[in-house]
Design a protein around this ligand. Structure first.
Ligand SMILES: *Cc1c(COP(=O)(O)O)cnc(C)c1O
Length: 357
């Protein structure tokens, strides 16, 4: 006797990157930041008042939202704080798709969690393949409108390729699309530009939401703190009705405020990662790999000798305690996604590759 709802029984759960909890491994598989969080975050943690644990936190993370609004040039009513970006993604499904309806649209390949969340909500996924250069086809919005989809996701800069679409491209898609468009900016800290201007006053768009997370750019994957910035406060108000009443805890709110308050200093670490990204790219290219130009803290690298080679390298690296990501997607079988680590970690990766030959 199964007590599960049918769609949950059928569901393939999300497979996170491996998270070995012991031993000294080099983790280049889940796009974590190689540095510790900023000193302001560490100081806030050390001096945190336990009285704040006795009381309930701000239900809407008001102090964080005010700070984030100031940093990004929007109003607090345009911001929602969540328990990681992943909670925000789940909220989008809950609030903007209808049971039995047409579901969500994505540009394929994409973050595999979207599909799992659609499965939980029991709605279908319309996939529009990216073109050969991994750009988004011109008729993306048109195809989704034809399919009757009213929630669409674009990761920008894109995972797993690292490609960045222009603000004009995103503006055009948002204005053509009949539903809510989510631009997942999980990796925006490592990119040349973001889409903030499209959610600021005067953009003329009422259907756009940006997703941000502190997991990647702020070295806080363990904290679980993300947020959304909407062009239209009504979208935030709708999501506010559907989230857990205290979805972010007091400690997370305090540390998130410290982190975003230090954004200017933290940005120096983004520059270092970009420099390492170039160095690792050059080293791989010298060794016969082809590497897509990346606007994120990872690179998608094609193994010199094809699919078997990519699998073999992935496995050998793992045996050597170096974890990278391999995707079982028809267009990614000869590729590895490698997070940009510290200079020492990147050197260890290169040395391990050289040792294989
Ligand atoms: C990391 C990531 C997120 C959010 O991650 P959280 O750790 O839950 O904040 C969202 N989208 C993409 C594409 C990501 O890579």
């Amino acid at each position: 006797m199964s007590y599960e709802r049918d769609n949950i029984a059928k569901l393939q759960a999300y497979v996170p990157g491996e998270q070995p909890q012991t031993g000294t491994v080099i983790k280049l598989n889940t796009n974590e930041h190689p540095d510790l969080p900023h000193q302001a975050v560490i100081d806030t943690l050390r001096t945190f008042d336990p009285e704040l644990l006795r009381r309930y936190p701000s239900p809407t993370a008001r102090p964080f939202r005010e700070l984030a609004a100031k940093v990004h040039g929007v109003t607090p009513e345009q911001v929602i704080a969540t328990n990681g970006g992943d909670e925000l993604l789940r909220l989008f499904l809950t609030v903007f798709t209808t049971p039995g309806g047409k579901g969500i649209g994505v540009s394929d390949p994409t973050y595999s969690l979207y599909e799992v969340l659609a499965g939980i909500q029991d709605v279908p996924v319309t996939r529009v393949p990216r073109l050969d250069d991994w750009s988004i086809p011109n008729d993306f919005a048109g195809k989704l409108n034809d399919a009757g989809v009213n929630l669409a996701f674009i990761v920008n800069p894109h995972a797993p390729t690292g490609r960045l679409e222009s603000v004009d491209t995103i503006r055009k898609i948002a204005s053509e699309f009949n539903g809510v468009l989510v631009i997942d900016e999980a990796y925006t800290n490592f990119a040349e530009h973001d889409c903030l201007e499209l959610v600021r006053e005067g953009s003329g768009l009422d259907n756009l939401i940006l997703l941000r997370t502190l997991s990647k750019g702020y070295s806080l994957a363990g904290l679980r703190f993300g947020y959304g910035i909407a062009s239209n406060p009504d979208l935030i108000a709708a999501m506010d009705k559907a989230r857990d009443s205290y979805n972010t805890d007091a400690l997370a709110q305090a540390l998130a405020c410290a982190a975003i308050g230090a954004h200017e200093e933290v940005s120096a670490s983004w520059q270092k990662i970009k420099a390492e990204r170039q160095r690792l790219t050059d080293a791989l290219v010298q060794r016969g790999w082809s590497v897509l130009p990346s606007q994120t803290n990872f690179i998608l690298a094609t193994a010199p000798a094809g699919i078997d080679h990519a699998v073999r390298i992935y496995q050998t690296l793992k045996e050597n305690g170096i974890f990278v990501r391999y995707f079982n997607h028809p267009r990614l079988l000869d590729k590895l996604r490698i997070t940009i680590g510290s200079p020492q970690q990147n050197d260890a990766l290169i040395a391990a590759l050289d040792n294989m030959n």
